[in-house]
Design a protein around this ligand. Structure first.
Ligand code: 5GP
Ligand code: MN
Length: 334
């Protein structure tokens, strides 16, 4: 697999460093998704099988996605701001930048003598002393799975379930462009080790809240098709969340409904959050939406990226309509 320039260690080297550590904190990104929590909890379970003391930190002090509450160890996730236990080694998983581990996560990172990143997001620089970043990995949990093997950890049961969950969510149930032979091989290993695909799917994909389904209905009704139908754009306001009693995480699946429309190459979902606008971009072809997200101060992968705009919804919608036209029309002229 191809690693990025900020990679300065391989997984075997990271395994041997972690074997010599204890009091390990494993941190992910703000608004943690299935790959983030699966990576954190999977690595924690692997390290605990070796007798290590490990804590899993939430970058922000806010509730994590309820649909992931079946993950072993979910109940013990602790916001970095409230963590008072020992911390000697910091492991960042599924997160490339200090800004995405939040201020409290960054403070703990600075206080640790050992720091490691295991990730699949390309970034300009590493934030830890040791880093292994492989953008070709379908999920960070594929890397955690390999790392757990190199650690000699017991991967049966909890580790397998956590790693499979990250893989099935980050590949959109093995549908997205990142679904390759390596991903499917890793999935088979995880299932052999005890991950239950049907149970994970029921918990994650067949288990959305009523407000989440209603948010999607509003967003689909409002969907604007731009650039001759090649882009789908929609939005949800703070008022929508309040009226439906929806939580932030309830909006997470909505962008997929936009992407699923025939002819749409790029979907963009905007939602009002904490006085700013969060945007999610998804590409169905090889359009590089991470490029657009980076231009807007965010980042992510070629086919799935995000950003935050410090503007109102109306301004954000107008801006995205222009930028999507630039992105897709520019493409057409190539
Ligand atoms: P989502 O749309 O689900 O929030 O994010 C899609 C992908 O883009 C995820 O891999 C996520 O880590 C990344 N991403 C989302 N928002 C940001 C952001 O503001 N900055 C960076 N660097 N990556 C982001
Ligand atoms: Mn990921």
């Amino acid at each position: 697999m191809a690693t990025t320039p900020q990679t300065n260690a391989d997984l075997a080297a990271i395994a041997s460093v972690l074997k010599g550590c204890d009091d390990i904190v494993v941190c992910g990104h703000v608004s943690p998704d299935g790959d983030c929590l699966g990576s954190q909890l999977g690595l924690a379970a692997a390290l605990r099988s070796l007798g290590k003391r490990v804590a899993c930190l939430l970058a922000k002090d806010e509730p994590a996605d309820e649909r992931l509450s079946f993950l072993p160890g979910f109940a013990d996730l602790i916001p970095a701001a409230r963590y008072e236990g020992p911390a000697r080694a910091f492991v960042a998983v599924d997160v490339p930048t200090r800004e995405r581990i939040g201020e409290d996560g960054a403070a703990l990172l600075d206080a640790c003598e050992t720091s490691v990143t295991v990730d699949h997001h390309a970034a300009d620089a590493a934030m830890t002393a040791l880093a292994y970043v492989d953008p070709d990995a379908a999920s960070t949990t594929v890397l955690v799975w390999e790392l757990a093997g190199l650690l000699g950890a017991d991967r049966a049961g909890d580790v397998a379930t956590c790693c499979y969950t990250g893989l099935v969510t980050d590949t959109g149930r093995f549908q997205y462009q990142n679904t390759d032979a390596a991903a499917l091989r890793a999935a088979a290993e995880m299932v052999e080790a005890g991950a239950d695909p049907a149970a994970v799917s029921r918990a994650v994909f067949q288990n959305r809240s009523v407000p989440s389904a209603l948010l999607e209905a509003r967003a689909v009704e409002r969907m604007r098709l731009c650039v001759g139908g090649a882009a789908a754009l929609s939005w949800l306001s703070q008022a929508d969340f309040e009226a439906l009693g929806a939580a932030k995480a309830d909006a997470e699946p909505v962008v997929d409904a936009l992407r699923s429309v025939r002819g749409v190459r790029v979907a963009c979902m905007l939602r009002e959050q904490d006085g700013a606008v969060r945007g999610s971009l998804r590409a169905k072809d090889d359009t590089d939406v991470a490029f657009l997200a980076r231009e807007l101060g965010g980042g992510g992968h070629r086919a799935a990226a995000g950003f935050t705009l410090e503007t109102g919804l109306e301004e954000a919608t107008a801006l995205l309509e222009r930028r999507l036209a630039d992105l897709l029309e520019g493409d057409r002229l190539k």
